[in-house]
Design a binder for this molecule. Sequence first.
Ligand SMILES: [Zn+2]
Length: 169
Amino acid sequence: MDNFDVGPASSRNVGGSGSGESGFLRVPARKTIAAVILCDEPCSYSGHFTGGGMEPHTLSGCRWCSVGLARKDRVVYCVMELESRSRYLFDIAPHTHHTIELYAADEGGYRGLIFHFSKADGRINGRLEARFANRFKGVELLPASLEIGQCLTEMWGRRGRSVQISAGI
Ligand SMILES: [Zn+2]
């Protein structure tokens, strides 16, 4: 399955509203994004919502803690966006994860589940909503998941950030 690309460049971000950080799927204000989950299990980390978007909490001397910003639990999946067939990391809040988790419990796992993602009220800062669509037919044909923890560690490490990433939630 070599014909599936990692979505590295912000220009290829589906939403086009990315912060320039590569590799993350962005859901725009007024578009529904269909994506299939590739990972067997998501990862989690602790972040801070800053003016520039979500930044990871760093293990020592976190600049966002030092200015009193609250820490938020974040959950990261690997998905394939169905229109572009590109793989992305997908960084979401726990409430969206909990929606996905309920279906995963019913369906016997995360991998292969297709969801439609959209922003509530068509606002870019609106709550991210996940609606279960169906299960991908031929799950065995899907590309492998990215190694989520490794991708995040490398991405943030390049910017000098040391971040605690946990497998699972
Ligand atoms: Zn912090």
